[in-house]
Design a binder for this molecule. Structure first.
Ligand SMILES: NC(=O)C1=CN([C@@H]2O[C@H](COP(=O)(O)OP(=O)(O)OC[C@H]3O[C@@H](n4cnc5c(N)ncnc54)[C@H](O)[C@@H]3O)[C@@H](O)[C@H]2O)C=CC1
Ligand SMILES: CC(=O)C(=O)O
Length: 378
């Protein structure tokens, strides 16, 4: 198969979808890998390393998109890339379509086979989301600590406190991968940490893992309000796979937070959990202040630590890319349930139920679409 790796174009997105060792693996398997010139520079991988690994380095994004049967990316295509879509093209990347109506429309209008990293599922877990959630969870605390500093607009507190001065309060909403990693770092910094989740079993596991250094609280509106109002830093880490994130923190709650507190809405890629987060921010301009509270809502946080993130991401994506490249999309979808769960659009249909519901579009199971096709699709 011809596999294309365009350079990422989102603001400060320095990750790349494949490392030179990933290229070598695919190339040795007989696949042609086209890498756009300088796609790996931000992650510290030079064009020459890709060439040496067996890739063909291509000057323009257009040539990469137009020549490839499968495009592997990191982030969702931006509108300037929609013109490259065509029927049967396989797109393997993060998509977060529940928060991206125009993209969902463009993918279905053009009949792209889009396979989203974040909905590939194995035993109820999301293995292609996990490493980036680990990165973002760990980053959320260091970013929050930075914006609590007065020169960065915060109230001027040190999360760790010092002898004789109390520690800062960190509230984490959602106790999955992001939440657990945020808790680990916040506890390590010496903050007083409260974590809320809907799932009592998850809270039990976290209680066993962190002991008395973590307050675990069941998530409901009253408990969220209490934990948010008393916090210096609130981290949004909720996920309902594929679906738009629920707005759990209301504007009234944010108004009651003390001035100079900080919100880091990691779940912004699925729409965010704070009513007061009304737009996605960027690494260039990461925060805004509303009701005296600093809001951070960057949807590609791992893009700021690209070397770590690229290696962590490609560790988990390459085996799936390998299977899709070897078998073609239809056979890979039919033979691997994890890949089937990743398919968000196929032949003009939305094939992932929570995305369809979130966008108000019709849902068609991918197997139904495949069965209805009389012609063979790659
Ligand atoms: N902004 C960024 O750069 C990045 C964002 N993310 C996003 O972070 C979010 C969280 O991801 P993960 O931790 O991997 O998900 P996860 O599935 O591991 O954890 C989500 C947790 O939310 C809990 N939850 C669901 N409804 C809840 C409610 N009403 N109240 C409290 N907890 C609730 C679930 O029980 C689960 O424990 C996702 O939207 C993910 O895409 C991940 C990586 C980077
Ligand atoms: C999960 C995701 O969207 C990211 O790492 O950018």
């Amino acid at each position: 198969m011809i596999i294309g790796i365009p350079k990422e174009i989102k603001n400060n997105e320095n990750r790349v979808a494949i490392t030179p060792s990933g290229v070598s693996f695919l190339a040795k398997g007989g696949h042609d890998v086209l890498v756009e010139a300088n796609a790996g520079i931000g992650s510290g991988f030079a064009n020459e390393e890709y060439s040496a690994a067996g890739a063909k380095v291509i000057d323009t994004a257009k040539e990469v998109w137009d020549t490839s049967e499968m495009i592997i990316k990191v982030k969702e295509p931006l509108s300037s890339e929609y013109g490259f879509f065509r029927k049967g093209l396989i797109l393997f990347t993060y998509l977060h379509l529940a928060a991206e109506k125009e993209l969902a429309k463009a993918l279905t209008d053009k009949g792209v086979t889009s396979i989203a990293y974040e909905t590939i599922e194995v035993n109820g877990k999301l293995p292609l989301l996990t490493p980036m959630s680990e990165v973002a969870g760990r980053m959320a605390v260091q970013i929050g600590a930075q914006f609590l500093e007065q020169p960065h607009g915060g109230k001027g507190i040190l999360l760790a406190g010092v002898p004789g001065v109390k520690r800062g309060n960190v509230t984490i909403i959602g106790g999955g991968i992001v939440g657990t990693n945020a808790a680990k770092i916040a506890i390590g910094l010496g903050a007083s940490v409260t974590l809320l989740d809907l799932n009592p079993e998850r809270l039990r596991e976290l209680d066993n893992q962190f002991g008395a250094s973590l307050n675990t609280v069941i998530s409901n509106p009253a408990n969220i309000e209490e934990a948010v109002i008393g916090a210096d830093l609130v981290i949004g880490a909720v996920l309902i796979p594929g679906a738009k994130a629920p707005k759990l923190v209301t504007e009234e709650m944010v108004k009651k937070m003390s001035p100079g507190s900080v919100i880091v809405d990691v779940a912004i890629d699925q729409g965010g959990i704070f009513e007061t987060v009304d737009h996605i921010t960027t690494h260039d301009n990461p925060t805004y202040v509303k009701h005296g509270v600093v809001h951070y809502a960057v949807a590609n946080m791992p893009g700021a630590v690209p070397r770590t993130s690229t290696i962590a991401l490609t560790n988990v994506t390459i085996p799936y890319a390998w299977q899709i490249a070897n078998q073609g999309a239809v056979a890979a979808i039919e033979s691997n349930y994890a890949i089937k769960q990743g398919v968000n659009t196929f032949d003009g249909h939305i094939t992932y139920a929570p995305v369809a519901k979130g966008l108000g579009f019709e849902y068609t199971p991918v197997q139904e679409v495949i069965n209805s096709l009389s012609t063979t699709i790659v």
